[in-house]
Design a protein around this ligand. Structure first.
Ligand SMILES: *[C@@H]1O[C@H](CO)[C@@H](O)[C@H](O)[C@H]1NC(C)=O
Ligand SMILES: *[C@@H]1O[C@H](CO)[C@@H](O)[C@H](O)[C@H]1NC(C)=O
Ligand SMILES: *[C@@H]1O[C@H](CO)[C@@H](O)[C@H](O)[C@H]1NC(C)=O
Ligand SMILES: *[C@@H]1O[C@H](CO)[C@@H](O)[C@H](O)[C@H]1NC(C)=O
Ligand SMILES: *[C@@H]1O[C@H](CO)[C@@H](O)[C@H](O)[C@H]1NC(C)=O
Ligand SMILES: *[C@@H]1O[C@H](CO)[C@@H](O)[C@H](O)[C@H]1NC(C)=O
Length: 658
């Protein structure tokens, strides 16, 4: 059996007893491995007081150049997909008695991805499999010499068909949304699309040609498609962006859209005219029919076709044939609950999951207690009622590890979840892809009929396709932080490592997620995750205003909230570890001579390694800036690195929020 080992992460793999293959190394303890991970990135020629990112991680890109890892997060993601890939490859050798097992389904999708011929991944093949209406082909698929029957085309029906496969975005978004005010219920929600504007004629023209549109026709058609997209975008700019509750009949009357028919097609059942729906931008919905009617049906159909193809190809490129790494990534994203189950079985068995979870909870508790003490200190002079509201929110916050529900048998849950998913063992990739998308989307949308799984019933199934970004995520409507399994790996986390590593990386990440509950908008959600008019006045508290202005002083940012969360979070974990009430052992560890406080900050900096500039999101701070801002507001920083008073990162004035 061929097995690809990511050399980038080889160091990290070493000694991690994978359950079925163990590699021995001199770097045999977790502390040694993480220490050497940190040390090899240090660039001694840089000045820590001027540019900490360069000092702590300046050699990162050089060290990992060959392996295409641009950040610690990249390396964690790759390592995780590499481990799943090993599991998927092992599935080949098993003789399945039970064709209904999760393993068999995962194997079938993975194997189809690996072996299906290229012709089954083509744009035209997707279009053949998923026509835009009953007995209606997409325009480029009409046989030569005959006309496309445009009178049969209903754009809202086509939208409904695409929605069933998870394509939620073009022209109108339909989603199910946890009700903000009563977070145990789901509601229907209509919104304007959030896609980036189409602007590249060449890209669209190329896609059109791939579907069979002749090259003379492709350029003008591409321009019309972009025109329609631009019109829809312009319309989306006019309205209010606030979720308002309406009844379905009212929305239909105002928008001239047959939304009842649309919903019936999406959900396979009818909806009462009195059904409550949330609408984010009524002006948009009122105008969209008018915009679409200005265009020829063939342009509208081609627009939806292009958006559909961009959606399926965005999930991965179509040429992943026999690329085991890409196929593993496809399966782990689109069958995420199955992948969690398999990962858990192979890597977190024999009590490991319980052990890891306990460790993670201990770190979370420690950080949470420090923040609780800050709330009691009440720097911002909040009222007693406000403080007790915040404390309740904090006390009720849950940390959940993994995507499957805590209170269910994971195998039984996943087996039931994938019960209706039918896949062939090989053959047709587009067909398998569409089956997986259809199944996943129907599981997601069917939640509308049920109470929201909360507390220990909570499991993760997002409407959009997950990107498998290795980081904890805060769900305000659940008051829950979810830590995905990929984070339970070195250098981010290992139960055996010293607390100095755990606190500086995992501790910080958890604090950072926690803080999303404590910035102005997050404050409005109570301890149960229901939205209310709680603490609306927070933004006007003088201490908060001054804190933000302070953070905005040296380097301006449009992203001050995130900056404040970074600064508060680093301060919190640092205090938790080194503060007066610390429960952590601060003796110099035996494995290194690096002073503990330096080690803490060097380890912390690994999460900001690389060259990420966020060019697409210009309002975001770069990783370098995030790291500088967090450190230059940490009171102890200058002393730890012996920085002169004039050093850029040794600012005389430290900003405080909480
Ligand atoms: C540990 O691993 C690092 C990175 O691969 C290597 O440079 C170092 O020499 C190893 N240490 C020992 C003691 O083998
Ligand atoms: C790393 O950065 C390079 C250059 O910016 C880019 O081409 C490459 O795709 C990036 N790799 C990953 C895994 O993001
Ligand atoms: C437009 O798309 C083409 C083909 O996909 C690509 O080569 C080109 O770089 C894109 N241009 C811009 C400005 O993004
Ligand atoms: C949309 O708005 C932009 C800027 O206001 C304008 O240039 C463009 O022509 C508009 N597009 C359409 C299709 O009206
Ligand atoms: C919607 O329009 C129909 C037909 O004009 C009318 O009977 C009905 O009362 C309207 N419903 C609402 C909620 O405005
Ligand atoms: C931050 O500074 C910029 C530039 O002076 C300013 O426009 C912005 O309003 C400031 N933000 C806050 C929250 O003070």
């Amino acid at each position: 059996m061929e097995r690809i080992v990511w050399t980038c992460c080889l160091l990290l793999l070493l000694g991690f007893a994978a359950g079925f293959r163990t590699i021995r190394s001199v770097n045999s303890t977790s502390d040694d491995r993480i220490l050497s991970y940190i040390k090899q990135h240090i660039d001694e020629s840089a000045d820590p007081c001027e540019d900490f990112q360069n000092y702590a991680t300046g050699k990162f890109l050089e060290v990992h150049q060959k392996e295409d890892c641009n950040s610690t997060q990249d390396s964690i993601r790759k390592k995780y997909n590499g481990k799943l890939q090993s599991v998927f490859n092992l599935l080949k050798d098993r003789v399945f008695i039970d064709e209904f097992s999760v393993e068999e389904k995962v194997w079938r999708y993975y194997n189809t991805c690996l072996t299906a011929p290229k012709s089954t991944r083509s744009a035209r093949h997707y279009l053949e499999l998923l026509p835009p209406g009953y007995n209606l082909p997409w325009p480029p698929l009409v046989p030569q010499g005959s006309q496309w029957p445009k009178q049969e085309f209903r754009w809202l029906e086509t939208l409904a068909i695409l929605r069933r496969f998870g394509e939620e975005n073009p022209l109108i978004i339909l989603d199910i949304q946890q009700n903000f005010w009563e977070s145990h219920k789901f509601s229907l929600r209509f919104n304007m699309p959030q896609l980036l504007k189409l602007d590249n004629v060449t890209e669209i023209q190329d896609l059109l040609i791939r579907t069979g549109v002749n090259s003379r026709r492709a350029a003008p058609l591409a321009r019309s498609i972009i025109q329609l997209d631009s019109d829809a975008h312009n319309l989306s700019k006019i309205g209010e962006r606030l979720a308002v509750t309406y009844i379905l009949e009212d929305v239909q009357n105002r928008t001239n859209l047959q939304l009842d028919k649309y919903l019936e097609m999406v959900f396979g059942r009818s909806f009462e005219p009195s059904t409550e729906v949330l609408v984010d931008n009524m002006e948009y919905l009122e105008g969209i029919n008018g915009v679409v009617s200005k265009y020829d049906s063939e342009v509208v159909a081609s627009y939806l076709m292009i958006q559909f193809l961009r959606f399926v190809f965005y999930l991965d490129d179509s040429d992943s044939e026999s690329d085991t790494a890409k196929c593993a990534a496809v399966v782990s994203s689109q069958m995420e609950l199955a992948s969690d189950l398999l990962y858990e079985n192979y890597y977190l068995g024999e009590g490991k999951l319980q052990k890891y979870t306990k460790e993670v909870q201990r770190i979370f508790e420690a950080v949470s207690q420090t923040f609780m003490a800050r709330l009691e200190k009440n720097r911002l002079h909040l009222t007693d009622g406000e403080v007790s509201y915040l404390q309740q929110k904090l006390l009720a916050m849950r940390l959940k590890v993994g995507k499957l529900p805590d209170n269910a048998n994971h195998r039984r849950f996943a087996t039931k979840f994938y019960e209706d998913l039918e896949l062939h063992p090989f053959g047709d990739f587009a067909e398998a892809r569409l089956n997986v998308l259809r199944h996943r989307t129907s599981q997601y949308l069917d939640q509308l009929d049920w109470a929201v799984p909360k507390g220990t019933d909570f499991y993760l199934l997002t409407g959009y396709m997950p990107e498998n970004d290795p980081k904890p995520v805060f769900f305000e409507l659940h008051n829950t932080i979810l830590l995905p399994y990929d984070m339970l790996q070195e250098p981010f986390f290992s139960p055996e490592t010293s607390d100095v590593f755990k606190m500086s990386q995992l501790g910080f990440s958890l604090a950072r997620s926690m803080m999303e509950s404590f910035w102005p908008f997050g404050l409005r959600y109570d301890s149960l995750g229901n939205l209310g008019d709680n603490l609306l006045s927070f933004k006007e508290k003088q201490g908060y205003i001054d804190g933000l202005a302070c953070l905005n002083f040296t380097t301006r940012s449009k992203d001050l909230l995130k900056r404040s969360a970074d600064v508060v979070s680093l301060g919190l974990v640092y205090d938790t570890f080194f503060g007066d009430n610390s429960k952590f052992n601060q003796d110099q560890p035996a494995f290194t001579e690096l002073p503990l406080k330096k080690l803490f900050l060097l380890s912390f900096a690994q999460m900001f390694a690389g060259n990420q500039e966020y060019k697409d999101f210009e309002e975001m701070d770069s990783d370098k800036l995030r790291l500088s801002e967090a450190l230059s507001n940490l009171p102890a920083f200058g002393e730890i690195f012996n920085c002169p008073d004039s050093a850029p990162l040794n600012r005389p004035k430290k900003c405080e929020i909480w």
